[in-house]
Design a protein around this ligand. Structure first.
Ligand code: FES
Ligand code: FES
Length: 165
């Protein structure tokens, strides 16, 4: 069967990207296999685990559920793109300081989800954080430290200039 490809252009972690992709390819496959950005994890491949969470135009999206061709003209951020000129992002630093990582498989997705929450509103409650990460599964931490980390990042961001993410 003929593989139909389409050329797409988008912004990825602040840089311009132009690739041709099969029209049936999902964004997670494009990122990991074609663009070699393996920080975004493959967990379930069907929108259940959140391991593949990235930002599209600043909003958290499951990359496994998005066709790569739908990235055309959009701004994508992966875990490889969240650091700042000073090093780790506020969210990454909070995950480290709160000990919110164990095996680490879920961590890129949770950091992207946390960053999306931070982009949306600096003043969300713990209950809203819990609801915000309910699509991101973690088998190790029990979530308490993850919630602490996101709350800590939100706190520190209130008094800091807004980060690019
Ligand atoms: S790999 Fe995308 S939600 Fe699990
Ligand atoms: S730290 Fe292991 S799955 Fe979350």
């Amino acid at each position: 069967m003929k593989c139909i490809k389409q050329e797409i252009s988008f912004t990825l972690n602040g840089g311009a990207v132009c690739v041709d992709v099969p029209v049936t390819t999902d964004t997670l496959t494009m990122l990991r296999d074609r663009l070699k950005l393996t920080g975004t994890k493959y967990g379930c491949g069907e929108g259940e685990c959140g391991a593949c969470t990235i930002l599209v135009d600043g909003v958290a999206v499951n990359a496994c559920l998005m066709f790569a061709v739908d990235c055309h003209g959009r701004e994508l951020t992966t875990i490889e793109g969240v650091q700042t000129e000073d090093g780790l992002s506020t969210m990454q630093r909070a995950f480290v300081s709160c000990g919110a990582t164990q095996c680490g498989f879920c961590t890129p997705g949770l950091i992207m989800q946390g960053t999306s929450l931070l982009n949306r509103s600096p003043d969300i409650s713990v209950e809203q954080i819990k609801r915000g990460i309910e699509g991101n599964l973690c088998r190790c931490t029990g979530y308490h430290k993850v919630i602490d980390a996101i709350a800590t990042a939100l706190d520190s961001n209130r008094s800091a200039p807004k980060e690019h993410s």
